[in-house]
Design a protein around this ligand. Structure first.
Ligand code: HEC
Ligand code: HEC
Ligand code: HEC
Ligand code: HEC
Ligand code: HEC
Ligand code: HEC
Ligand code: HEC
Length: 413
């Protein structure tokens, strides 16, 4: 009887008792504790997805814009949008692989995760001790890095042409590995599918081969948010400007400039990814800038008083602000230039002062010009989100997200 057959029943008894049968079933790899590198036995057939694959005939990719908009392409590639998903490398992965920093202990004393890099790639391995001399382990390679690292990163792996989330994420504030958001501490779950909506927000293009929902053509995945997510397909624009008689008037530019859209359609460009997940009512990636998003994704209407979670919900929050309701021009680009990295909250105060006077703030009589650059601190405070909750060392962690409901907050300092 092989080691595998002998061990599996006893393991299943164990794990089902603790509710983990589902998580470690499937392609489990069982090794004796002393048998060496477990990842060698769990070789994944997936290829590292390449980032340069054109989406469809009419999309050309960021490199094509570089020839004429070099400055924009360069600065944009420094932003969180461009970096929100990347191929794995020691630069793109912010978690550490050195001894002493590469182990995540869990609340289950028999389960640890070890993060290792070698010439084949970067791996997460779950080691589950099942007896004094034996352990169960499963190892998967990091194939896609999700998150610029502003708050943290999650990691995905290919199992054939199916895409899954790995159980260990990285948390920037703690500079450490943590249990992935929504995963149960103390379990080794390698079965969480990556649905198309996740990639619609965190990548640019993919070919979905559902069912099952998380089946894709790996080579079709275009990582990062690209220029054309906000400007629409660019092939005709490029062809016209490369021709002998380039267009003179914007009506012939054959590209979407969101500035020329109505406010509602401008907001829709951002709302693809900043209005929450919603329910897709058309195939993925059907929306093109300029379209009315309501025909593509159904968003739940929230009660006027209900608290809206701050994670990825900037559009509905801004829409609740009196600034938005009482003006006709306020949009995302009143404050943001998405082609540049912008992080300094104080630098946004002049945007408020385009419509308000410092003296108009009712805290002014008390605090005077101390408030000049601090509008954001009090009127767009950082708030905890309940949507991306992870845990480490048995403690729950929730990131702070900037509220986009510009308002008077009773708790403001
Ligand atoms: C062959 C040169 C060339 C290429 C390649 C090119 N553009 Fe342009 N683009 C221009 C010129 C010239 C203008 C008009 C002047 C300006 O606004 O900079 C323009 C204007 C624009 C505008 C403003 C349109 C408007 O209505 O105001 C956008 C947006 C734009 N380009 C996006 C892109 C994107 C995205 C890509 C890559 C998919 C791209 N361009 C590739 C030459 C090019
Ligand atoms: C509706 C669009 C949307 C969906 C769906 C979505 N996200 Fe996000 N995600 C965002 C936005 C926007 C942010 C930026 C922070 C915020 O607004 O809370 C973000 C932040 C993150 C971050 C932190 C990034 C950083 O660098 O700080 C990670 C990691 C992440 N998402 C992973 C995922 C994964 C994995 C999925 C799918 C399983 C997913 N997200 C689904 C829009 C989305
Ligand atoms: C997240 C959405 C988004 C992405 C991604 C994006 N843009 Fe823009 N772009 C905009 C918006 C919005 C405007 C209009 C800005 C305004 O209203 O002033 C704009 C305007 C422009 C213009 C018109 C000139 C100007 O400065 O206003 C050009 C050219 C342009 N973008 C090129 C690019 C290129 C090239 C890329 C990729 C490197 C890119 N954009 C990526 C949203 C985006
Ligand atoms: C295709 C999806 C997508 C679209 C379209 C999109 N965003 Fe985002 N945006 C994201 C994701 C995902 C993040 C989180 C990136 C991260 O940190 O990993 C993000 C982050 C941001 C940030 C934070 C940047 C930082 O430095 O941390 C700003 C600001 C922002 N988006 C504004 C906009 C605006 C304004 C628009 C419309 C003009 C827009 N976005 C359109 C997906 C999108
Ligand atoms: C496009 C113009 C515009 C911009 C930009 C703008 N506001 Fe307003 N804001 C308004 C208008 C208009 C009102 C409503 C005034 C009224 O009804 O008397 C308002 C109302 C407010 C209120 C009262 C809110 C309430 O619920 O009673 C606060 C506080 C406020 N703004 C702060 C800010 C801050 C801080 C910024 C920058 C982050 C800002 N505004 C940016 C136009 C703007
Ligand atoms: C009145 C000014 C203002 C407007 C309008 C505005 N933002 Fe922001 N936004 C800010 C400020 C200030 C920050 C904090 C700066 C930072 O930390 O990057 C911010 C941060 C963000 C972030 C990062 C949030 C986080 O905590 O990680 C995202 C995403 C974002 N904005 C998206 C949007 C979108 C989408 C819109 C349009 C619906 C929008 N913003 C409109 C001022 C504004
Ligand atoms: C230290 C916190 C703080 C800072 C900083 C601050 N505010 Fe306020 N602001 C408040 C509070 C609190 C109120 C409401 C006071 C009340 O109702 O008694 C208020 C009220 C307002 C109002 C509503 C006035 C009205 O009559 O309804 C506006 C507009 C406003 N602030 C704009 C600004 C602008 C613009 C800035 C930046 C220059 C700013 N605030 C900075 C705390 C602050």
């Amino acid at each position: 009887m092989s080691l595998l057959e002998r061990q599996r029943p006893s393991l299943n008894e164990r794990t089902s008792a603790s509710g983990q049968a589902r998580m470690l079933s499937g392609t489990i790899v069982i090794v004796a504790a002393l048998s060496g590198a477990p990842w060698a036995m769990a070789a994944s057939q997936a290829q590292v997805p390449n980032g340069g694959n054109p989406y469809s005939a009419s999309f050309v990719g960021d490199e094509a814009c570089n020839a004429c908009h070099q400055e924009k392409v360069h600065s944009f590639h420094e932003t969180a949008h461009a970096r929100t998903s990347r191929a794995p490398s020691s630069e793109s992965i912010h978690g550490k692989f050195e001894d002493g920093s590469n182990v995540l202990k869990t609340v289950n004393p028999n389960l640890v995760f070890v993060m290792e890099g070698n010439e084949k790639g970067f791996y997460q391995t779950a080691h589950m001790r099942t007896s004094a001399i034996e352990e169960l382990s499963r190892s998967e390679r990091i194939d896609v890095v999700v998150g610029s690292g502003r708050k943290g990163q999650s990691y995905l792996f290919w199992d054939g042409d199916q895409l899954f989330q790995l159980p260990v994420s990285y948390w920037t504030e703690l500079d450490s590995w943590v249990n992935s958001p929504g995963f149960i501490d103390g379990s080794a779950d390698f079965e969480r599918p990556i649905v198309p909506r996740c990639l619609e927000c965190h990548a640019s293009s993919f070919e979905n081969l559902a069912p099952p929902e998380n089946r894709y053509n790996p080579a079709s995945l275009v990582l990062g948010v690209s220029c054309e997510k906000c400007h629409g397909p660019g092939s005709e624009h490029v062809a016209r400007f490369q021709s002998k008689s380039p267009p003179k008037s914007p009506v012939d530019f054959a590209i979407v400039n969101p500035r020329r859209l109505s406010r509602a359609r401008q907001l829709d460009v951002c709302a693809q990814c900043h209005q929450g997940a919603g329910e897709s009512i058309t195939p993925s990636l059907s929306f093109v800038p300029g379209d009315d998003l309501r025909h593509f994704i159904a968003f739940q209407k929230s009660e006027a008083k209900a608290r809206v979670d701050v994670h990825a919900r900037q559009v509905p929050l801004l829409e609740r602000s009196r600034c938005f309701q009482s003006s006709t021009t306020l949009t995302c680009t009143t404050c943001h230039d998405v082609h540049l990295p912008q992080r300094d909250a104080a630098s946004f105060a002049p945007r408020c002062l385009a419509c308000h006077k410092v003296e108009g703030c009712r805290a002014f009589p008390k605090l005077g010009h101390d408030i000049d650059t601090r509008c954001i601190d009090c009127h767009m405070p950082l708030q905890e989100t309940g949507k991306i909750v992870s845990s480490v060392d048995g403690k729950v962690i929730r990131p702070m997200v900037r509220s986009h409901q510009i308002a008077i907050y009773p708790e403001s300092p």
